[in-house]
Design a protein around this ligand. Structure first.
Ligand code: AMP
Ligand code: GLY
Length: 422
């Protein structure tokens, strides 16, 4: 089979690495990919947002299956475009991807289906939002309705911060169209977990549990990022809790969409917070999480291609996914300054040394090849994954591996997974 994978982050390198182990694959392309995917796929210089060029490529190369990594092309209808041309593609269509594309749409669905979520109201007029915030008090959460590359959520500690957030989104239009409307939401306390499930619209298979670390500094301090590290399994999600999440969230979401005439196919990612009253949905994503995928894929023993094909062909009921019982830990190495400004083009050292390690793998994110050398090209640069049993040893394996790689101004958190040991 000829497969095209769309995206160029750590998530895509992990997926490409796993797919390249599938015996059924004769050729794997990655668009645009990174220096890591270049080692297990052929990179194609097409942006993940250029849907017409991706479709032309898939048609001319007679691609048998396309797999979409990031949310933007999904929300912009890449699946509808490919399917209309008779091309097989993994991911939800435009209507289903609205679950991530519009927080207001997701809220309405949750309210209608009694899916536990934070109380919220949507606004398009700043003065109305501010009037409500004054009455409701702080802390309070303000979210842009549409896609904002992970930057559209602001937790306001006081009224001044809330006013600033409302102005930035609704008045200054910092997020453009994505910020035409906002959600003002109650602030919830609890531990966050990511639950990812595969579904073909009929069958739902929850994937191994994982936990992300969003803030840039240790002890969850500093601004939110795309994710600084993850581990799997997340022991806080017991079998009993996972059953509850399946019943009260996953099944209801897929059924609620179906009742609206929408068949969700692909990965459904639920960002949950575990409150005193049980698990509550903070957000839905319509794709694999990053860096959650890196630890989930590291533990997956089954053939990923077979699983993704079963989703596309509505055969998921025939599939069983086997997991390595070991824990996997992923630590993200970032460019100094991320998630703010940072330099690019810095040479990365030590990548050869990690290639032959057992139970450790380095997935690339923001890397590229320049003059034959691997250099940084983004905020999140490398994802170091270590595996062992128990989790404590997986953490050690990961940090021992990190000692072998370096680049100037490299930053990473030193406490990934630590809270699960307490
Ligand atoms: P989201 O993109 O909606 O998941 O929000 C990004 C991050 O903001 C989440 O991972 C949480 O850390 C935080 N967050 C979002 N909504 C809430 C909320 N209602 N209460 C507390 N924290 C929140
Ligand atoms: N790790 C968070 C996300 O993928 O959105």
């Amino acid at each position: 089979m000829k497969v095209l994978l769309i995206g160029g982050g750590g998530r895509e390198h992990a997926i490409a690495w796993k797919l390249s182990q599938s015996l059924k694959i004769t050729k794997l392309f990655c668009a645009p990919g990174n220096a890591g995917t270049a080692g297990c796929a052929e990179n194609v210089d097409i942006s993940s947002s250029d849907i017409p060029a991706l479709k032309d490529f898939a048609q001319s190369q007679k691609i048998d299956l396309t797999i979409v990594g990031p949310e933007a092309p999904l929300v912009n209808g890449i699946v509808d475009e490919f399917e209309a041309s008779g091309l097989k593609i993994f991911g939800p269509n435009r209507a289903a991807a609205l679950l991530e594309g519009s927080k207001i749409f997701a809220k309405k669905l949750m309210q209608k289906c009694n899916i536990p979520t934070a109380e919220s109201i949507s606004y398009s007029k700043p003065e109305e939002a501010l009037r409500f915030i004054k009455k409701a008090g702080t802390p309070i959460v303000i979210k842009a309705d549409g896609l904002a590359a992970g930057k559209g959520v602001i937790i306001a500690k006081d009224y001044k911060e809330a006013e600033d957030a409302v102005n930035r989104i609704l008045v200054k239009k910092e997020f453009g169209e994505a910020g035409k409307r906002i959600i003002v939401e109650e602030f919830l306390k609890g531990e966050e977990v990511s639950v990812l499930a595969l579904t073909d619209g009929e069958t739902i298979i929850p994937l191994a549990t994982s936990q992300d670390h969003k803030q840039v500094f240790d002890n969850d301090r500093g601004p939110n990022t795309g994710g600084m590290g993850a581990y799997s399994p997340a022991p806080i999600v017991t079998d009993e809790l996972y059953k509850k999440i399946e019943e009260t969230i996953l099944k209801k979401t897929i059924k609620g969409l179906k009742d609206m005439g929408i068949t969700y196919k692909g990965v459904l990612y639920c960002g949950l917070i575990l409150t005193a009253n049980g698990p509550v949905v903070l957000e839905f994503n319509c794709r694999f999480g990053d860096p959650e995928t890196q630890v989930i894929i590291a533990r997956m023993e089954s053939d990923l291609l077979k699983i993704l094909l079963a989703v596309v062909e509505t055969n998921l009921s025939d599939i069983q996914i086997e997991w390595d019982p070991k824990s996997a830990v992923c630590v993200v190495l970032t460019s100094g300054g991320y998630p703010g400004k940072y330099e690019k083009g810095i040479e990365i050292n030590g990548l050869k040394a990690v290639q032959s390690l057992e139970d450790a793998v380095v997935f690339h994110a923001g890397t590229t090849i320049k003059d034959g050398k691997v250099v940084t090209s983004g905020g999140r640069v490398l994802n170091v994954v270590g595996m062992a049993d128990p989790l404590k040893d997986a953490i050690k394996k990961t940090y021992d591996t990190i000692k072998l790689v370096n680049f100037d101004k490299m930053h990473y958190r030193k406490d990934i997974g630590a809270k699960a040991l307490k």
